[in-house]
Design a protein around this ligand. Structure first.
Ligand SMILES: Nc1ncnc2c1ncn2[C@@H]1O[C@H](COP(=O)(O)OP(=O)(O)OP(=O)(O)O)[C@@H](O)[C@H]1O
Ligand SMILES: [Mg+2]
Length: 359
């Protein structure tokens, strides 16, 4: 096992990518390492031509991933949109890993991101000594992606100011970036494109200008369709993460995953799964990602403090943390849910007690 906490996707899944590349004789867009079909198999799982099993990375509608992959083969950029925790960053990383073998050209956009972090910066010692020169220029991940014909990932695009966002317009429409200081420009190699992610909840923070919007194809990643699918996603990721952290996964984990997700899905949708009782919804998004984090936290607590036994007690505090984002309103929502729903549900008696204790 590597002593790094986390490796980029192209390294963690190097075996799968190599197996897909070996059997990939379909046509590829220029600059791509794999054909669009092989990229899709990498994302959705399946089998390489030599029988290597390809694990599914994204669980959900095939059509969405087809659109995402096909977009990247055109001159339009890809924008993955969705509520928090719907695998936008995850899909973006795997797309970049499969298409260009490099998912590390990443810019995290924030309110403090300025043009120099998008276009290029300067090494000031060099700049003062020699004036503007190619040696004094500090390339950004976007610059390097253009230079090498790779994919640049822009995380949380709408968090940065609109004026800074608009510096992307020239890059996306002309596929070039002027460098006024050197009286030159850099032209993007084939294979270059941009994958951006943005959060539905940040809508309106810095709305994309219509000029920029037009240069992106938007793929909206939804919350999982049904309970079964969500249980499958969480179980898979929890097992992978537990393996990475060397945490044992007890046999009843599957049962507890289903219980956590029942609570999450009921509160998220504002109704019990059988549709008989309507509920108030809390302010948080109670996403799949939070369910995964809750369970991994629970497994750690179980392993270190409860001889590996996973019960409602190990999970309740993180469930309360995920539900109660607003200490007054969300607390009332959870208390009402406990009294009107969980109290009367036999198999949840341990959960009712543990949540009441943790609240
Ligand atoms: N449909 C899905 N298929 C596979 N994994 C999923 C799915 N939905 C969520 N996940 C898992 O959720 C975790 C978090 O996803 P990720 O960080 O990509 O969310 P995000 O959409 O970028 O959220 P945010 O808006 O908060 O940045 C990942 O580990 C991913 O495996
Ligand atoms: Mg993200």
């Amino acid at each position: 096992m590597s002593d790094l906490l986390r490796l980029p996707a192209e390294q963690s899944y190097a075996g799968e990518l190599a197996a897909l590349a070996r059997g990939d004789d379909a046509g590829k867009p220029e600059g791509w390492k794999l054909s669009p079909r092989a990229v899709l198999t990498y994302l959705l799982g399946g089998e390489a031509s030599d029988g290597t099993v390809i694990s599914p990375k994204y669980v959900g509608r095939r059509r969405l991933m087809e659109t995402a992959v096909a977009t990247l083969a055109t001159d339009r950029a890809l924008l993955l949109l969705g509520v928090p925790g719907t695998a936008k960053s995850w899909v973006s990383e795997h797309l970049a890993a499969a298409i260009t073998g490099d998912s590390t050209l990443l810019i995290q956009c924030t309110a403090g991101t300025d043009e120099n972090q998008i276009r290029y910066g300067w090494n000031y010692a060099q700049l003062l000594a020699k004036g503007p020169s190619p040696e004094a220029l500090v390339p950004t991940p976007l610059y390097r992606a253009m230079q090498d014909g790779k994919l640049c990932r822009l995380e949380e695009l709408t968090r940065m100011g609109s004026d800074v966002q608009d510096t992307l317009i020239t890059v996306l429409s002309e596929k070039m970036m002027p460098i006024a200081e050197l009286n030159s420009a850099i032209y993007a190699r084939r294979g270059f494109n941009v994958i951006a992610t943005a959060n539905n909840r940040d809508k309106g923070v810095n709305e994309l200008s219509s000029a920029l919007k037009r240069r992106f194809n938007v793929v909206v990643l939804p919350l999982p369709d049904d309970m079964e699918q969500e249980v499958a996603i969480v179980a898979r990721r929890v097992n992978e993460m537990a393996l990475g952290l060397a945490l044992p996964v007890p046999r009843n984990a599957q049962e507890e995953i289903a219980r956590v997700l029942t609570i999450f899905r009921e509160l998220r949708s504002g109704a019990t799964l059988d549709g008989k009782t309507t509920l108030k919804t809390p302010s948080g998004s109670l996403s799949t990602a939070e369910a995964i984090a809750t369970l991994v936290g629970g497994l750690s607590q179980a392993a270190w403090f409860n001889d590996g036994r996973l019960t409602a007690r190990e999970l309740a505090a993180s469930v309360v943390g995920a539900v109660i984002k607003d200490p007054v309103q969300d607390k009332a929502v959870l208390e009402e849910y406990l009294e009107t729903v969980l109290k009367k549900r036999g198999p949840y008696s341990a959960w009712y007690a543990a949540l009441n204790e943790a609240i």
